[in-house]
Design a protein. Sequence first.
Length: 429
Amino acid sequence: MKNYLLTLICVFALQCAFGQLQVRLTGPQAEYLASNATTNSDGSKSVNLFQENSKVKFSSGSNATGTIEASISWDNLLGSKSDNPSVQKNVYLMDMDFYIPQLERNRKVWVYLPPDYETSTKRYPVIYMQDGQNLFNEKTSFSGEWKVDETMNALFNAGDYGAIIVAVENGGWRRLDEYSPWYNNQLEAGGEGKEYGEFIVKTLKPYIDATYRSLPNREYTGLIGSSMGGLISHYVAMEYQEVFSKVGVLSPSFWFSKEAYTHTTSKGKRGNLKYYTIAGQGEGNEMLSGLNKMVDMLGTMGHGSESIRKIIHPDGKHSESYWAREFGNAYKWLFADLNLENTPTAEVKTLNDLKVKIDDSYSKLWIKHLKNVEGAQINITSEDGKYIKKFSIEGEGPIDISGVTAGKNIVNVVLQDRVIHTESIMVSR
């Protein structure tokens, strides 16, 4: 679990043996702490900031003041996982502020790893899910959690191979904007879904494939979402059929824009697709008619009945509890056809398999297996660190290195401001 340093917007009074300390905090943690602070009788705010084994250093004296630096994990803010049983131990906060360059904003991203991830060398299918704050944690959910981690762990214990779940939290008041590529004039919302989809495919997925032991090919990659999250999951699956082969669309908000239908037909069928969709009779005629229309449309496009599963539940309601109940069935149906035990993982190339290659004239450089990654950068430094040359790269290259100094050089592949591969090369002139 990643730790974060709290430094100098929110001010809290901390009582200690030497007096009172005023501590100023900034960052996303401060917003959470402010919302959970208690008001004292004198009007001041206080919060239980430090957990067991935390250390605080300051000078003595009745009027002691200073700066407290604390390394505090997300467990410190939401309570340890032992105190918060709704979050399983194999759920991790991957990043508090994962940058979305397409929308110029940041977002919290969670990752669920299978129970045997740390003790095996297996690679796993990956499911990208929307509304991440509703999937694992009852405390952060809107109206109850999906229990994705409990469900996946139970399936694993019953013999399932396992999968990585990447959960992107929604943007709050920006949720309608990000979850639809089309603008709804009546609601005055939508229109950023195209950029959000590009973020999933061109920024987040390359990073996940570089960081975790994923199976990156389309037959192992899926999307799942509900309501507006179902709409954007459907859109991304149709737009990027070369990337995704499985999509779970739960209680989808196709009503938000009629362009969802025209976009689907315009993209056509470019590959086999497993499509799982549900809705409840209690969700209204508009929901049901929209879902039926989309399923019929997919059928006319060549997606046979064996690749589409539609279920209308008499008791289904537009709620987290309904989607939580049905998530396991969606997962099992979407991934049932994969013979993962015999997957030739050694032949699956990911960003972990990057390899630098240069031509005989030492003028061009390729990064093998980098694929079509948006935003990747190559930094080349001389061995003594006195020379640096930066290149932006999309795909494997090549890039012109004719200006790189002779001798031993260090090549760093950088993605999302993180070095994902380092290799030394010898350049002769």
